[in-house]
Ligand binder design. Sequence first.
Ligand code: ARG
Length: 464
Amino acid sequence: MSDILRRGRLSKSPDEEMRAYTSSMAADKWIFEADLHVDLAHTLMLSSQGIISKSDGAKILSGLLQIREEGMESLDFSYEDIHISLESRLIDLIGAEAGGRMHSGRSRNDEVATCIRFALRGELLSLMDDLMVLQRVLVALSQEHLTTIMPGFTHLQHAQPTTFAHHMMAHADALERDIVRVISAYSRVNLCPLGAAAFASTGFNLDREKTSRLLGFFKPMNNSMDAVSSRDFLIECAAVFSNIMIHLSRMAEEIIIWSGQEFNFVELDDTYASTSSIMPQKKNPDTAELMRGKSGTVIGALSALLVTAKGLPLSYNRDLQEATPNIIKSSEVTCASVRMMAGMLKTMTVHADVMEKQAPLGFTSATELADTMVRDAKIPFRTAHQIVGTLSRSSSIEPTLEEIDAIAVTVIGEKLSARGLSKEAIEEALIPMKNIERRAVLGGPAPVQMKKAISDKEKQLSMF
Ligand code: ARG
């Protein structure tokens, strides 16, 4: 190899180990397409500014298009990164007289920062799409299960009855905040560092507005030192990805628990299940488990980025090369996980009958019973809480008026029946669906509220 970078200042070639240690070629596959676009835009601008001749510009452009045709495989992987390898291939193709002019007024420092932003914004756009697909799946499930009763949990103990729709829409609401965070991060990713050169800009009369516009960025970044050296946009995106993965991991955890024999609320489609190499009967929720596990990878990438960026003096430092694979990995895992979750949810079987049977267990109507006492017998909530609490020690989930009166006498010296509590009101309070219907305040599980929440979400999603 005749290394186009090393033939000036350096007299020796790196050995294999040093090459492997310092090269970013493997990770740079992610920015191959971006780098070509950056080269094309920079060349067009150099030529329209008269910094290079139109004919050299044309040669460079056609060389770049040829490299694009050939693909990344045509490049020499022994170079330390894609930028120099691509430039070297260009010089091979069109000669140094024209090819050697492409890098005028530019450094790999502004080049790589531009490429990362270019590639990442594409990932953010497809992530937004995938998140909306997942939201649509959650909305469709909610629509279908508006009145599917299930036990709601706190501390993983049966707490109060709710509906499967209420549970699924809770996840959809969390994902909505994720989408807003992706959109917000996008506005800080889509800024153009090109023209900052190494860090001090350049004496060539570049048109930074033009390259920024050609590459589809909102605008050029201001300070050239900041442009090449900041990676806060990576930290921000990795934090956004981590939040998404935390949400997916919680959903995955529920799928895992719910598909176990003890719950049996759902069954994953065979596509998303695995089996055991020894136990022939097993159907394991491996996809959901891996999603839970992969959330660790994404959160790990965020910590790696934070630690890499911490304490770096201005401006460019090669440490920054170590940051990029973390964003590649975390973005790839997050996008795939969102798609995988949509597939799992869309195809899983919901055992509405099992959920419904489980709904009253654990005296889940206890709160509604206490509320009924407050409404009908006009006692304070704390007193009702004590009476129902005492009642639930006897583990009955269907207490009678007589049992309630007996405890009320010991607590307040009076029967609740004497204060207006009826047998019918108690019976009604113990019906899970009545509990749900009564919880009709904004955000509650009552079908009337959920219908509204679903149609609001549908309206929102139809705008995209
Ligand atoms: N491969 C480097 C990176 O990813 C870009 C090249 C800058 N290298 C340099 N020695 N200034 O950050």
